[in-house]
Design a binder for this molecule. Sequence first.
Ligand code: HEM
Length: 447
Amino acid sequence: MNSSRQVTFLFLASAIIALMVGIFFGVIGGFQYILPLFLKESMGFTKARPLHVTLVVTWIFSAAIGGIYYYLPKIFGKLYSIRLAYLHFILFVITGCAILFCFFTNQFGGKEYLEFPPYLAFPMLLTWVLFMVNFFMTIKGKFLQAPIYIWMWTTGISFFFFTLLETYLWTIPFFRDNIVRDVTVQWKSMGSLVGSWNMLVYGTAFYIMEKISGNEIHTRSNKVFFFYFLGLTNLMFNWGHHIYIVPSAPWIGNIAYIISMTELLILGNIIYTWKKSVNESRQHIHLLPIRFLSSSDVWVFLNLTLAILISIPAVNAYTHGTHITVAHAMGTTIGINTMILLASLFFIIQQENISMSASHSFIIKKGFWVVNISLLVFWISLIACGIIKASEQQKGTIFQQMMEMLSPWFHSFLIAGIGVFIGLLMICYPLFINFINNRIPKTVSES
Ligand code: HEM
């Protein structure tokens, strides 16, 4: 029985659940932008926000991990231990449920983005160790000839482990008791955490690009390795432009910023060049994965433009910490990460020869446009909120008046957010049904 396939399907089905529940809390948060008292007692913004962010980040990790468990045996013949992968899944689900339980019962205690009680970091680290062991034992001895995606996964997996440890340095008084040290370590580690999951996601993109085009040039060229080393530098040093409130030399932030912009630029260029090189018949066969990858490319360029604009020091002085930062965070995690991961899920569906019904295909194609158009309005609304807030604060406009000016944009943000939710539901529901229905192979093929 092909069990590595089954464990993949379990991770992917859980990823979809985390995504849908996560966005549901995002929509609640969106309602609270215009109705601050909405569900205030039972599900206030301080609860809805961490639930949303934790669950959508879980989607990113779970979808990336599921993909890696699926692709590894295809690359290296077999996975080191399927049992370990199951154990990983079980512990992953238990830890996830424990985190949700803590949020629902108002048990916080962590820092931003990891707001659950710090002791839950232990099982989280343990799940990662299980993943690391399985990954490194599978690729053992074959690393040096490996294509770029193996380098990226290796880097993402290793750095996530150390970075997660680093995010908890604040529990030691030496770090906690000094504000500059504390803030610096927090943002440094958060930047690297995002860099680590980007490595997992970009590695996945490179794997499917190679397989779809049937051409290894896309994963072994000098440009691709240059992109990898740039990503690695970004992962280690992008903290430079996150510690804006800490007194530090401006060139540190500027260099970090240039590196992260160049990384996005090259990624965009690689996907664009790849898409042009895929011949028509392959484009037809791999329609959905290519469509989602191409849309991630559009979002790379949109986010790059925004990032360049907000990096102009005169602009950044006003926009930092406004909704423009949220636009950048959601524009990249939805537009780039989520689109790449959806491409991966559709690629796996194809690899498994799962034929979707005509109605499912129809809903997915419509959902694709609903998500992308809604996301554009969602993103523009957040940018507009940020610009208004920055300029009105500058003029000294009173809070009440500023909120009235923001109100139309908060409404469009919410409506577009509901659009993103519906669009993703149209894509993810058929995917989920197909993963669940096909999780057990119809023919027993492997022991
Ligand atoms: C795949 C889908 C999504 C992903 C990956 C995602 C990701 C994120 C991330 C990373 C943040 C933290 C931003 C920051 O700290 O600056 C965030 C915040 C937020 N998201 Fe989403 N999001 C998604 C969909 C949605 C949707 C559909 C809504 C609906 C309105 C929404 C509403 C919110 C709200 C209200 C916040 C809090 C912003 C604040 O602190 O003011 N999100 N999201």
